[in-house]
Design a protein around this ligand. Sequence first.
Ligand code: ADP
Ligand code: MG
Length: 600
Amino acid sequence: MTQKKLQIHTENILPIIKKWLYSDKDIFLRELVSNACDALNKLKILREHKEADVKDEEMRVDIILNQEEKTLKIIDTGIGMTAEEVEKYIAQVAFSGAEEFLGKYKTENDKEAIIGHFGLGFYSAYMVSSKVEINTLSYRENAEPVFWSCDGSADYTIEKGTKEARGTEITLFIDKDSEEFLDAAKIKTILNLYCAFLPFPIHFNEEKINDKEPLWLKAPSECTEEEYLDFYQTLYPFEEPPIFWIHLNVDYPFNLKGILYFPKVNKRFDWNQSHIKLFCNRVFVSDNCKDLIPDFLMILKGAIDSPDIPLNVSRSYLQMDKTVRQLSSHVSKKVTDRLQTLYKTEQEKFTSSWKDIETIVKLGCLQDEKFYEKAKEFLIWQNTEGNWTRIEDYLERNEGKHKDKIFYTAEDKGNAGFLNLYKEKNIEVLVANAPIDSALINTLERKHSPAIFQRTDGGIDDAILDKARENTEAHKIADFVKANLGEAQVEVEAKSLHSDNLPAFIVVNEHMRRMRDYMALTGQEIPSQMLGKNTFVVNTNSKLINAIYGMQEKKPLLAKEMIAHVYELSLLSQKELETKQLSSFIERSSKILEEMLLDA
Ligand code: ADP
Ligand code: MG
């Protein structure tokens, strides 16, 4: 067997880089400005090693657009390159000078992090250029300037150059297909996006691009509330201030800094899009880091900066990457800790922000077992009296009255008549009206087994009955109502409710309703056979029901109308009346009013 080396020819690889390496043309600018910053950073590191002499104010990057000549120049005052270095770093595709440099000069200061990794960034210039020239002068004593030129084929020229000042000037000859990059506004937008937090002054046609410090790099103990709020405005101009934030600062097992903000929840929120901005050593990389943070935290905003995330690689690789998984669980843990502390130390703020954070907490409970274990400590509910409680406390408090049963309503304030049945009996009812609650309740029942959640209109609980006043004719009343209602899909029961004021209500089969809510939440159609039977409960202690029952001989037709009317009124008050039933309901209302007046 003979072993041979795979041959890769630049003629083949360049078109591939040009077409496939980056999905987005814009990033050529990010790559070239990053290289310029790397060159400056290297100079700084050399200064620390006393190998170069340079003042801070001499270090800068300039981007200059010339529309007449159709060129874009990226100029830095960094270390520059000698002819050998150009041959080695530029002409050898995929050879990263950054890696080599770091191998040689270990730096303690992580603020001077080098961005480059892969040795491919420079070639992204060919996504928009028909030709690229380099004019460079190395920082080394007596270095000779170098001029390099290549039109994107495998051939290049290299010769003595004319550059007099230390540093590198890259000239892009923008090609015909990419003339949008000759638009100053476009270039400025790209620079603002990618380069806003770079560590050296960056100027575009003399105007400074980056004037904000990345707050995430500052020690959390040194940041003021005002700075956090201010920084949020920098990242998201025009947005309402966030509720609170978490400053991440991790060294082990990976390097990560960042600030995550809890925004005010916006109804139009797009759950599929993450809004956290990802940076790699201050260079903006992406604002869709879907795989980097758990789904339920997608609502968070802010910035994460880590040199350890393999950013240039494909997304499927990202998901499998160990660092990425660790990062995700770390972020999740930090968020939990913050919420926990907030609940313990600033309960008032916590409850008043609940509307904005409940979706995150509840989604987290559904999606992440570990999160739930901690979140149950601050998963709170408001009862109909307006007090806040946790499920555990509710169960304990009500153990004597109704063991293992949690009453809840999906109503906000409305339907007082019905809830009064519970209120008058001093039964604590929780409000659970967030769209996600149905799903969450299923999970909570498993966690708190044998306790069950019962919606106030999900059953006829003994608690609302008055056994002492049971009507001996109850089954006759029920039969009469059933016969007149003419709704085959509805069961009828006559019960002695402890309050006389409520004539009737509908019991919606709890199991069916949950299924229906779930399907609505996930946007599925509901097959009619799945709707199941509801029960129409009439109150044998209600004057109205008794009056209708008494009318059966004298005015059977009116009695029938009245039953339909009470039925639809119940549907209406429980928000179960369908739109198509509404017109017949209104028609009948007028008819009944008419008859009453004619009778009078
Ligand atoms: P990477 O940045 O990942 O190393 P690039 O293709 O972006 O790969 O750059 C290749 C190498 O070329 C760099 O590592 C660096 O040594 C050299 N280089 C590129 N641009 C400059 C520059 N503006 N000044 C000095 N050296 C540069
Ligand atoms: Mg680079």
